[in-house]
Design a binder for this molecule. Structure first.
Ligand code: HEC
Length: 249
């Protein structure tokens, strides 16, 4: 169907947009060149570190190999989580336990290399799977170089620790208490955490929202404080989120 042309701006090349947004055929022809120039401005670091690789994986892989990997990026019981270089108790404290058993990027570098390359130019690499667009040259080159010597390196400059907050939590509990928490990273990285209420532990094994009904009927009466540690793989932070007055009728 033809777009109706506004009288007065019809140069024959206008595509029916208001005058300011008008793009001429000549202008359109320049676009691919500009885009190519932008793509080319991504240099491939000689010795890429995790700070170079993580944003690429975040854009192209983590929708399947991030916090949902247990169901979207697994091979049987093996959960491939490439949102972290690795996860250690030294950096992430107690929250490391929430992702026990996952396979992280550094230890699976060779598999990652295999998944994004192919033996022949006519065979599309397996990852990311179609219909996702294939990786740009600078992306797979950066990842591939990194897999040859998987270095963690320094955190991105100005990296901030993740945050965790409770949402609309009741200040008191008798038999049940609804936990509603949100884990976020201000830099858009992945994050994990562990929430502790007295002896009770709750796994925050990904960024995002968590809601859970907790049976508090056996909890001793009194005030109990809600604490959490959250970690983005570079650094962790602990928060005191409030307290719950437990009382049984
Ligand atoms: C749309 C979801 C999706 C995306 C996006 C995705 N993967 Fe996967 N990936 C899977 C699934 C599902 C499996 C397990 C089944 C399989 O091997 O096909 C998998 C398996 C893997 C494996 C497991 C080992 C192997 O070779 O069998 C690696 C490594 C891998 N992906 C790397 C990547 C990388 C690197 C990216 C981004 C460049 C990526 N994947 C993007 C879904 C995805």
């Amino acid at each position: 169907m033809m777009r109706p042309m506004k009288p007065g701006i019809g140069t024959g090349r206008s595509i029916g947009l208001p005058p300011r947004a008008r793009v001429t055929a000549a202008g359109l022809a320049v676009l691919p060149l500009l885009l190519a120039a932008c793509g080319g401005s991504h240099t491939v670091a000689e010795h890429p570190t995790w700070a170079d690789v993580e944003p690429i994986l975040r854009a192209d892989c983590l929708q399947c190999h991030g916090g949902s990997a247990r169901t979207t990026g697994n091979v049987g019981d093996v959960v491939y989580r490439f949102d972290f270089f690795d996860v250690t108790p030294e950096i992430c404290g107690e929250s490391a336990a929430t992702v026990d058993g996952s396979a992280f990027a550094a230890a699976r570098a060779q598999l990652i290399a295999n998944s994004i390359s192919s033996d022949s130019a006519s065979i599309r690499p397996r990852m990311p799977p179609a219909p996702s667009p294939a990786l740009a040259d600078w992306e797979w080159k950066t990842i591939l170089r990194w897999t040859q010597a998987p270095a963690k390196g320094a955190a991105p400059p100005g990296n901030r620790p993740p945050t965790v907050r409770l949402v609309n939590s009741a200040p008191s509990a008798d038999k049940r208490w609804t936990l509603s928490a949100v884990v976020e990273d201000p830099d858009g990285e992945s994050a994990i955490g562990m929430l502790t209420i007295g002896d009770f532990k709750f796994n925050l094994d990904r960024p995002g929202a968590f809601v859970s009904e907790i049976d508090t009927s056996q909890w001793p009466a009194g005030d109990v404080s809600v604490q959490a540690i959250v970690c983005d793989g570079w650094t962790s932070a602990t928060y005191t989120l409030g307290s719950i007055a437990v009382a049984h009728r």
